[in-house]
Design a protein around this ligand. Sequence first.
Ligand code: HEC
Length: 443
Amino acid sequence: MYRRNGNGIAGGCAVVCGIGVLAFAASSAFAADPAKIDWAKVPATTVTLFYPGQSTYQWLRSSEHAGAQGVASGAGCVGCHKGQEQQKGSSLVKGDKLEPTPPAGKDGAKQLNVQVAYDKKNAYFRFQWKTNKPQPGDAYPVYRFDGKEWKVFGGPRLEKKVFSGTEPAVYEDRLSMMIDDGSVSGFAAQGCWLTCHDGERDSRKQPSADEVKATAFFQTIKKADVRKYLPKTRTDANASWDKGVSVDEVAKLKAAGYFLDLVQWRAHRSNPVGMADDGYVLEYRNFDAGKNPFSSNLDPKTKQPRFMYDAAKFGKKALAVADINKTGTPLVKGQNAVPFDPKAGWKAGDMLPRYVVSAKDATGSAADNKQVKGVWKDGTWTVAWARPLNLANADDKPLKEGKVYNFAFAVHDDNITTRGHQVSFVRSLGLGAKADIQAVKLP
Ligand code: HEC
């Protein structure tokens, strides 16, 4: 039976299990041995993350923000808000003009411990944070059989049907990093807030899917919703979501290095196979070339799931509503998944995961983060992560010795997605170079 790592294993697992898994993965030719890292010798930086509400690029430049002029002229957030993360997050999360749907009981700020080391092959990150819930959020919305069709059931807390109490809150915990090598003008000063705009999912002034689809720019990029983007991919001074530059111009910006790396560790969709995903932010929040470790579990032709649980290993072929937030439900090829059998006697209320996870299926630049393992214990996630140095893909920011980067961190927990995260102001991070966070060089 498939079990979340650390489940049922007695004490001391947070450190030992995480490193144990990395050591196992380190047998691949690409990896140095992260098990040799003595994290106790790598200094930890505590970064305070805070709940940003709907403080978008456009709001920050509007008359509603007292610092609008400063922001418009490129001033950094910390110039005016240094040390205010805790206070700002605590007040925003309770609901105000920037938070129309305050999620009950959510923490406004979070302490993220960050440790970084590197050797000739990889940069190594170790993150630790306390979850708001007394259990790890490694569940995800499902497909529920209603007797005829398989329909999405459950969702993140800010979604209408969940916020109104019609369906249960379920979503995976995540740890994200955005990385700039200095090519994205303004990122060092304003970080995440360069990417967060009116019109995006769950932000201010969100357009309907039909409105998005009716927009010429979104027809060219073939997307039906608005996600993170950078200002230079829009033509107007306010960087409006619907005023996109041409695809040729997007390609030029990318070739010039004007994009952010965005990598995300996901408790449901990447952690079960010891990975994180790999994406980038430019005209949209894109995934890198290749294939993610997770893929849709719905067959577009039959409208039925592609995989179900292997009852011999998982104990049953499907979940029931009482299982929706239980840990250990990821559907993993080679572990607990078997091809869907339409004749298996499906009953209304049977549920199967929306995604199927596979390390083997992941390919290309999307599969660069192959040694990432999170272990939850006593209320804390510990995620240890190896990212190869000197990546040569067109959609990555290669990490190199001697260089300094601008990093922004985010944590999603408490069954939430989109803006319901806690985010950091920018930190510089140096590999053998002076910075806010300095990576320790390993022998
Ligand atoms: C020139 C100074 C200045 C700069 C630069 C600045 N701000 Fe502000 N900001 C203010 C002032 C003044 C207020 C009102 C008092 C307060 O809430 O701190 C404010 C308020 C806020 C609020 C609180 C809104 C609320 O409803 O409670 C948020 C969030 C915020 N700023 C975010 C940012 C972010 C993010 C940046 C960087 C992109 C930034 N600010 C840059 C001066 C500034």
